[in-house]
Design a protein around this ligand. Structure first.
Ligand code: RIB
Ligand code: CA
Length: 323
């Protein structure tokens, strides 16, 4: 049985990789893509989602722009990380076509009529707005898997804050405090382990084809950013892990706990994972803490390059490359 899903995202380089993985995953029936401002503003995110759908021959999937500014904070985007076009300055041509708005209403309409889940890859502005607009319909959603936050891992926007939750901490607070929907936090503790290293990028390049070319092209800028920012060789691809975990929970381990978030001051965006049960509150989320990164990368590459699985296995199993 395919699982009906809406992917809420802010494409964004790793969002684009996550969309490619999701489109190549037969377990998913992607009902639509909703766009939230984050890495780039909503309009640019919509254009980028359409570029991926065109590349993958899936322009049948509709893209809806949702909320374009956070609930309270001023919007802060991340072109320094994802490039001015949001796809690593790859400057793929715009696809055009009708621009659809109403991302939040799309989520609520589907929640009312079908059993859906949400894979959230950006700030939670659309999710919180849907919750506040129609709580009854929202709570019919089966589960939300959200890339965001951090437990023990340091932040990527400050010492303590991860970008998605830092952009709109008030939206996260609404979801943590009011939602009754099963919630999994795919935070930096696990996504930081997923690095597309130069070896993997070269493997993708050698596999070749339009999709490989797209991935190599959009990640170049991201690799340079990672080197400049943190002397990482390659690039951390956060969002695809949320898709993989939604499909198969065995990629990660975690625990149920009470979650809260700091919404102002120096630690704004910090997720509070109450592992010590200090607040004595009921668990409201599952926090992921461990990931089988090799298993993930095999899954990721194998799903996207189905015809090249033998080559992928041969290269990854060859200890010379340390992959
Ligand atoms: O902190 C990483 C997250 O913020 C990823 O989803 C990335 O795409 C950005 O949205
Ligand atoms: Ca994202």
């Amino acid at each position: 049985m395919k699982r009906k899903v809406i992917i809420d995202c802010d494409p964004g380089i790793d969002d684009a990789l996550a969309l490619i993985l999701a489109i190549n995953s037969p377990e998913l029936d992607i009902l639509g893509i909703t766009i939230v401002s984050g890495n780039v503003n909503g309009k640019k995110g919509e254009e980028n989602a359409k570029k991926v759908l065109k590349l993958m021959g899936r322009e049948d999937i509709d893209v809806y722009i949702g909320e374009e500014i956070p609930l309270v904070r001023k919007l802060i985007t991340a072109e320094d990380t994802h490039g001015g076009d949001g796809l690593g300055e790859s400057n793929y041509p715009k696809v055009g076509g009708q621009v659809l708005y109403g991302g939040v209403d799309f989520i609520l309409e589907k929640a009312k009529s079908e059993e859906i889940s949400i894979i959230a890859l950006g700030p939670l502005t659309n999710i919180a707005t849907a919750l506040n607009r129609d709580e009854e319909s929202f709570n019919k959603i089966k589960e939300i898997v959200s890339m965001g936050g951090a437990f023990k891992s340091h932040g990527n926007c400050s010492q303590v804050a991860e970008f998605n939750y830092w952009v709109d901490p008030d939206a996260v607070k609404e979801v943590f405090d009011k939602s009754n929907v099963k919630f999994t936090m795919v935070g930096l503790d696990v996504t930081r382990e997923i690095v597309l290293t130069p070896n993997y990028i070269e493997l993708i390049k050698q596999i070749g084809g339009d999709v490989a070319e797209f991935i190599v092209s959009i990640t170049r800028f991201y690799v340079d950013f990672h080197w400049e920012q943190e002397r990482t060789l390659g690039c951390v691809i956060n969002d695809p892990l949320a898709v993989a975990y939604f499909i198969d929970n065995s990629f990660c381990k975690g625990f149920m706990t009470y979650l809260d978030i700091v919404t102002d001051g120096i630690a704004i965006g910090q997720t509070l994972v109450d592992v010590g049960d200090f607040y004595r509150k009921a668990p409201n989320g599952l926090v992921l803490t461990d990931v089988d990164s090799k298993k993930f990368i095999r899954f990721f590459l194998g799903r996207i390059f189905k015809d090249n699985i033998k080559d992928i296995e041969k290269v990854i199993n060859n200890n010379k490359y340390g992959m």
